[in-house]
Structures are given as structure tokens and as C-alpha cells.
Design a protein around this ligand. Structure first.
Ligand code: AMP
Length: 289
């Protein structure tokens, strides 16, 4: 663990009371506050959000909370990786001053029963595959926004639909915060970084690469003039199929703002994939401009 003065470890905040005191004193100092919500098991994707927050704000608060409300009973809540010491170490290297890692009762006090009904962009794709997921996400994110009245919050394009849900929620409810959507960080070979990649066996890791390869193939086809969405979707599916990925939740090419299905690619479109590799569910996407 980093203890030297050049990399002081971030202050670890466990309670809402302590968090409120920190936020109040940062506000009094006139500091612009950046918020980076995560579930921990940090990788370069998460760290890129903290770096951008550091550049744009005077102080950054990274939250680490594995939100049970966004996991279905059959999903990986229990085995989701928990690596807080390592996470603090990584954030120390970025000079992140504060980490809010609350216990569950701090976020969901006994008797908690108020939820956000997410906007309609939550309905397709992830909404069909994981029916209560975005209700859990929207609820915890709105709660974090209330606890940390930050100036800006940083999210990854990796979870594209989630970023739209949050942008829409903030707009609909008039919440005074800037939502920044940051680029997808990938491994050298193209696999989108994810805390869940560590579940993959070496063989599955090879198979998983077909997801970014399929999206790349789609992008090249669009750049070469392909406009037919059916043909594009079929091509993406066949790249996955050739790699032996058969359990596909969706392969979609939709409008990037509304998520409406398209017949033809117009000015902008986004391709999104969710597929299972072994027991691991992976998502990725690529904007076509
Ligand atoms: P998670 O811990 O999976 O809830 O992710 C926390 C934040 O990190 C979300 O806004 C994600 O979109 C973002 N994120 C996850 N993976 C990546 C990545 N590979 N590149 C950029 N952002 C990411």
C-alpha cells in the first residue's frame, strides 16, 4: 500500500455524516467537486474517469459501492470482486483525495423503499435482459448525487445505455450536475476493460475478443458505405458465432440518443452487444458517426 508523501492514500469515508462534512468543507473552499461512481475492482477504465475528473475539478470523490439493488438474484453479486486496498493504492497514484465506500446500511437504511422509476431509454436491450437493473442504478446514482452535490459526475461510454439513463434522469428531474461520458478504455488487443474480465479463463479471454472485433468490423463496413442495419447486425452476429459465442443477449444498431431501432444508418448510430462468454456476461459498443 502506498504510504509515501508523494502518493498519500485517499481518505476513506465510510459514513454519510463524514461525507457530508467533507463535501461542506470542500464547498467552503470554493472547490469544484467531481464525482466518479464505481463498484470498485478498479482498472484503467475507472482510472481514466478519475483522471478526467482531476483535470476538470479541484477535488475528486470516487465512490466504491457494490449496489445490491442492481443485481438480480441469479447474478454475480456475491462473487463480484472486492479489492479495496488495491483500489486505494491505484487512486493514491492519481492523487485522488477522497474515496466514499459506504456500508450497505448507509445507502439503504432499514425500511428503505423509495426507488427511481427510470426513463424510457432504460427499456430496450439491458432493460429486457436485466429487468430491474436500471431501477437499481438510477436509484443509487440519484442518492449519490444527493449525498455528494458535485459539480460534475463522470461515467464511461462502456455502459452506454446506463449513461443515457443517467443523462435523461438528470435532465428530467432538473438535477444541477454536469454528466460527462468518457471514452471506452480497451486492452491492447481491443477487449473493453471490465471488472468482470477477470472471470474469463485464457480460452474464454480469446473468445471474448470477438466482441470488439465484431464492432470493429461493423465500423469498417459503415465507413465503407454500408447503411443496411439488418445486414450489419447479421455480420456482427456471424463474427460472434465464428468465435463460438452462442449465448447472445442482443446485437443492436440503434439511434444513439433515443435507442430507437433503425432500418438504415443515418447521421449517427451506435452498435451495442451483450453476450455471454462461458459464465461471464460482457457488454461493449461502438458509435458510428
Ligand atoms: P462499474 O464499476 O462497472 O460500475 O463502472 C464504474 C464506471 O466506470 C461506469 O461509469 C463505467 O461505465 C465506467 N467504466 C467501466 N469500464 C470502463 C472502460 N473500459 N472504459 C471507460 N469507462 C469504464
Amino acid at each position: 500500500m502506498a504510504t509515501d508523501a508523494s502518493h498519500p492514500i485517499p481518505r476513506l469515508i465510510r459514513t454519510v455524516d463524514e461525507l457530508r462534512a467533507v463535501v461542506a468543507s470542500e464547498r467552503q473552499l470554493g472547490n469544484r467537486i467531481g464525482l466518479v461512481p464505481t463498484m470498485g475492482a478498479l482498472h484503467e477504465g475507472h482510472l481514466s474517469l478519475a483522471k478526467i475528473s482531476n483535470q476538470e475539478c479541484n477535488t475528486t470523490i470516487v465512490t466504491i459501492f457494490i449496489n445490491p439493488q442492481q443485481f438480480a438474484p441469479h447474478e454475480d453479486l456475491d462473487k463480484y470482486p472486492r479489492t479495496i486496498e488495491r483500489d486505494l493504492d491505484l487512486l493514491a497514484k492519481l492523487h485522488v483525495p477522497f474515496v466514499f465506500a459506504p456500508t450497505e446500511d448507509q445507502i439503504y437504511p432499514p425500511g428503505f423503499s423509495t426507488f427511481v422509476d427510470p426513463p424510457s431509454v432504460a427499456l430496450p436491450m439491458e432493460g429486457e435482459s436485466r429487468p430491474h437493473h436500471f431501477r437499481g442504478v438510477a436509484t443509487v446514482v440519484l442518492k449519490l448525487f444527493h449525498l455528494v452535490p458535485a459539480d460534475a459526475a463522470y461515467f464511461g461510454q462502456k455502459d452506454y445505455q446506463q449513461s443515457l439513463v443517467i443523462r435523461r434522469m438528470v435532465e428530467d428531474l432538473g438535477f444541477p450536475i454536469t454528466i460527462r461520458i468518457c471514452p471506452i478504455i480497451r486492452e491492447r488487443d481491443g477487449l473493453a476493460m471490465s471488472s468482470r474480465n477477470r472471470y474469463l479463463s485464457p480460452e474464454e479471454r480469446g473468445q471474448a475478443l470477438a466482441i470488439s472485433r465484431a464492432l470493429d468490423t461493423g465500423r469498417l463496413l459503415v465507413e465503407a458505405g454500408e447503411r443496411d442495419v439488418d445486414r450489419l447486425r447479421n455480420t456482427l452476429r456471424s463474427v460472434l458465432g465464428h468465435a463460438g459465442i452462442s449465448q447472445i443477449d442482443y446485437v443492436q444498431v440503434v439511434h444513439p440518443e433515443t435507442l430507437d431501432e433503425l432500418d438504415q444508418i443515418g447521421d449517427a448510430a451506435i452498435a451495442l452487444i451483450a453476450a455471454h462468454v462461458g459464465k461471464t456476461r460482457l457488454i461493449d459498443n461502438c458509435l458510428f458517426k
